[in-house]
Ligand binder design. Structure first.
Ligand code: PLP
Length: 385
């Protein structure tokens, strides 16, 4: 393969993807929130779930969104549906650049941060480029990059289910084109202190690109957000990309909008693989309204902490082994066969996930409302009895 994928090749392969020519249906499943365990492949194979009417604790969504301000903004923006969003997108970029303290040439927006993860996966994974990450983590970038022959090198988490930065540093080699970190991490919810992560990023970014996925950052208290984010490293001109999304604390997962912050040469390298303008007027209007809506973010964070406390109390009381969560989901060792858990919970109209990791099965449960979490613990108790 050539050193750089030309835009023409890119569109050709993208068309092939759309036409289903190069991807088996199973692979498409895998890319888009597909199974991460034998239990999920089995259960969803015999009984595909429908989102309707279920308590959805399977995709780390925000049960309180979208906020009233956002709904109003979308309605007021309806009349712009006939217009391309060039101007609106520039305005939003400016708002984000101001918020992050950078120039607009440091911002790239996508239809969800997942879209940009895929673009970066192509930009750095081509020609057998190696991507290094902890495992388990959010795999969208690596799954997509593998289509373009990237190699994915995984380093297991430590015993506390946290990214093991020491082990990752020693795995970086001359072929490593990108190091993916996720803090707090999905699916475990665990957070590693910035006193460990920041020196890692500073050191590794001298050798290769560090891609810092901060999708769940805003579930931390504001002071902690400032400490944990790697945005200051971007501002210092380092080889670091920071990724954020409107899907989580902003409650806009269905509208698809997210962004990265990085120095302009990185923005150029990654954004060249974007297909057209994938962001709609409505997503932009929603994001603009949500950016200043601190009240809604505080409400989401507070309610999430309360509801997560209920689940954590249950896990503690049961003596289950779990990761300390700083997010809107929790990860714990499955107390019964994963297939039986998924099917039993599905029968009770509750959706959740099962992960395979280190020859064991693990449950990942998103945090819904307090009422939903109470229903969850009661149902789960019955299923595992
Ligand atoms: C860590 C992480 N990064 C990125 C994403 C992608 O989110 P979106 O494409 O909705 O911005 C997710 C979604 O769950 C995630 O968990």
């Amino acid at each position: 393969m050539k050193a750089q994928l030309s835009r023409r090749d890119w569109f050709k392969s993208s068309l092939a993807l759309t036409a289903g020519l190069t991807l088996s249906p199973m692979f498409v499943d895998k890319l888009f929130a597909g199974p991460v365990s034998a239990a999920e492949r089995f259960q969803w194979g015999i009984n595909p779930y429908s989102a309707n009417g279920n308590i959805r604790l399977n995709a780390n969504e925000n049960p309180y969104g979208p906020s009233e301000k956002v709904k109003q903004a979308i309605i007021e923006n309806m009349h712009e549906s006939n217009r391309y969003p060039f101007q609106a997108l520039s305005e939003l970029k400016k708002m984000i650049a101001d918020k992050e303290g950078v120039d607009t040439d440091h911002i790239h927006m996508g239809a969800g941060s997942g879209e940009i993860l895929c673009e970066a996966g192509v930009a750095f994974g081509l020609d057998n480029g190696e991507i290094l990450s902890g495992f388990p983590t959010f795999t969208e970038m690596m799954d997509y990059a593998k289509v373009f022959n990237a190699k994915w090198d995984k380093v297991n988490l430590n015993d506390k289910l946290e990214f093991d930065y020491g082990a990752m540093a020693s795995r970086v080699n001359s072929k490593t084109k990108l190091v993916f970190i996720c803090n707090p991490n999905n699916p475990t919810g665990t957070l590693v202190d910035p006193s460990i992560v920041s020196p890692f990023c500073q050191d590794i970014s001298k050798k290769t690109l560090v891609y810092s996925d901060e999708a769940y950052l805003e579930f931390l208290e504001p002071e902690m957000q400032k400490r944990v984010s790697n945005i200051e490293l971007v501002k210092k001109g380092m080889n670091v990309v920071v990724s954020r999304t409107f899907s989580k604390i902003h409650g806009l997962a269905g509208l698809r909008i997210g962004y990265i912050v990085a120095k302009p040469d990185l923005i150029k390298k990654i954004s060249q693989y974007q297909m057209g303008i994938p962001i709609s007027q409505h997503a932009i209007a929603a994001a603009k309204a949500s950016l200043g809506d601190n009240e809604f973010m505080t409400l989401s964070r507070t309610k999430n902490t309360e509801a997560r406390g209920h689940l954590e109390g249950y896990l503690k009381q049961k003596g289950f082994s779990y990761g300390k969560s700083h997010t809107n989901f929790m990860f714990f060792l499955a107390p019964k066969e994963g297939k039986a858990i998924l099917s039993g919970m599905q029968q009770k109209n509750i959706l959740m996930r099962i992960w395979d990791y280190k020859n064991k099965e693990w449950c990942r449960v998103s945090i819904g409302t307090l009422d939903e979490m109470k229903q969850f613990t009661q149902a789960f108790d019955e299923v595992i009895a």
